[in-house]
Design a protein around this ligand. Structure first.
Ligand code: UD1
Length: 420
């Protein structure tokens, strides 16, 4: 099994280029299933294992997929009828696979999709997705780990109020509404930038959607959608990872293809800690020469609040602050798996309920640590960059789900890091 081995203590310097966003490419490629005419083509598609899984899932549904790694382009031809069943094999590997429910349902009038189970960061129910489908007129039967959705006469627009702004439920119900009859109003939707990117693609396909970047969307159903071309937005979590790695190692890094408007919460918190950040069009420079940073309080929230995916990563930076920082996780109930591993590296962190109390200032010591999920893995890599001696990060298949060549990019910035 592959491992990442890091010798800590090298400041990062230079430039790093950010790839297309994993959390945008998965729903966007899935929405291409709605096209019964024409082929869709995507640019800036990152070569990640999650992209491979979604491609395999789409292929299993009878869709023609063509990925060009060098050019980072992906073509989706979904003109043939879709297979109506998505196996547990895919949904168990990647929860975002459940997003195929909407396109299969609206196109084929029936869908059978495996229900996602829990995962390392918490239980991941889907009742908000199902509530949306049901209000649009689908008949829902849960049976032996699968959910069957039926809409023999198609779906009809209505008002759907989400109990909270779930990203996946918003995406699934937007897709279903685009091909429903009449008008749908979605209230209390998630406003993550990746949803904005998906809406912009759907509009290119012929969808009629208004209200993007607000909590209420209005969608006029259309008869059919066609393939379109789209460039995937930059990955704000990958950008955050290199920004924090630069600050933590007391480096100076220009993060290219990173948008400030997607990372306002992070930039504000890093500035509050004393990190110097310069923002330009599509690039962010991060510099830090302070021996100690200032402590902060962070609470994860739906957008535009602080993104839960960056919580583990900023926790490593708070280990360099003089004083106690708090990080409160309100989105997932079990997203502190990295804390146990950071403690093994000498970090002083205590968990109280949904909050972590981090006492900064202790030097981290390298040791063997295990990536329990994608972002926990990224946090451990950054911890390795600032620890004394050697850190070995195992279970790195999680890291490969969301980072293209992380060790190569860090090595180019001056880190002593290899994959073995
Ligand atoms: C997406 C992101 C993930 C990010 C999360 C929150 C992708 C592929 N993944 O995940 O990286 O961490 O948004 O920003 O884009 N929930 C329910 N019922 C539901 C749906 C969700 O209780 O029907 C709960 C979940 O258990 C979780 C919270 O709501 O506690 C947030 O989930 P959601 O916003 O749906 O996240 P995902 O779409 O799974």
């Amino acid at each position: 099994m592959n491992k990442i081995v890091i010798k800590g203590g090298k400041p990062l310097r230079g430039e790093v280029y950010i790839e297309g966003a994993k959390n945008a490419v998965l729903p966007i490629v899935t929405s291409a299933l709605l096209a019964t005419e024409g082929v869709s083509k995507f640019y800036n598609v990152p070569n990640l294992s999650d992209v491979k899984i979604i491609s395999e899932l789409l292929t299993s549904l009878g869709v023609k997929i063509n990925y060009n790694k060098e050019e980072k382009t992906l073509e989706v031809d979904a003109r043939n009828p879709l297979k109506k069943e998505a196996d547990f094999e895919f949904v168990s590997k990647m929860r975002a696979s459940f997003l195929v429910a909407a396109p299969i349902l609206v196109r084929e009038k029936f869908a059978k999709v495996a229900m996602p189970g829990g995962c390392a960061i918490g239980s991941r129910p889907i009742e908000q997705h199902l509530k949306g489908f049901s209000l649009l007129g689908a008949n829902i039967i849960k049976d032996a780990g699968y959910v069957e959705l039926k809409a023999e006469k198609g779906l009809t627009g209505t008002t759907v109020f989400f109990d909270f702004p779930s990203v996946g439920a918003t995406q699934n119900v937007i897709m279903a509404s685009c091909l429903s009859k009449g008008k749908t109003i979605l209230v209390n939707v998630a406003q993550e930038p990746e949803i904005g990117d998906m809406i912009s693609f759907l509009k290119k396909m012929g969808a009629k959607i208004s209200g993007e970047n607000t909590s209420c969307l209005v969608i006029e159903g259309v008869e059919k959608l066609h393939g379109a071309e789209h460039t995937i937005m930059p990955d704000r979590v990958e950008a955050a990872t290199y920004m924090i790695a630069a600050a933590a190692t007391k480096g100076n890094v220009l993060v290219k293809n990173a948008r400030y408007e997607d990372n306002v919460a992070l930039v504000s918190k890093m500035r509050e800690m004393g990190v110097q950040i310069e923002v330009n069009k599509n690039e962010i420079r991060v510099k830090n020469d302070r021996d100690y940073l200032l402590p902060i309080d962070v609470k994860t929230l739906p957008h535009p609040g602080f993104l839960t995916d960056m919580q583990s990563i900023i926790m490593v930076l708070t280990l360099l602050a003089k004083g106690v920082s708090t990080i409160t996780e309100t989105v997932f109930e079990n997203r502190f798996m990295h804390v146990e591993e950071l403690r093994r590296m000498n970090a002083k962190i205590r968990i109280e309920g949904r909050s972590a109390l981090i006492e900064g200032g202790e030097k981290l010591e390298g040791t063997s640590v295990k990536a329990t999920d994608l972002r926990a893995g990224a946090a451990l890599v950054i911890a390795g960059l600032i620890a004394n001696g050697q850190t070995v990060v195992t279970n790195i298949k999680h890291i490969d789900r969301g980072y293209v060549n992380i060790e190569e990019k860090l090595r180019k910035l001056g880190a002593d890091i290899i994959r073995i």
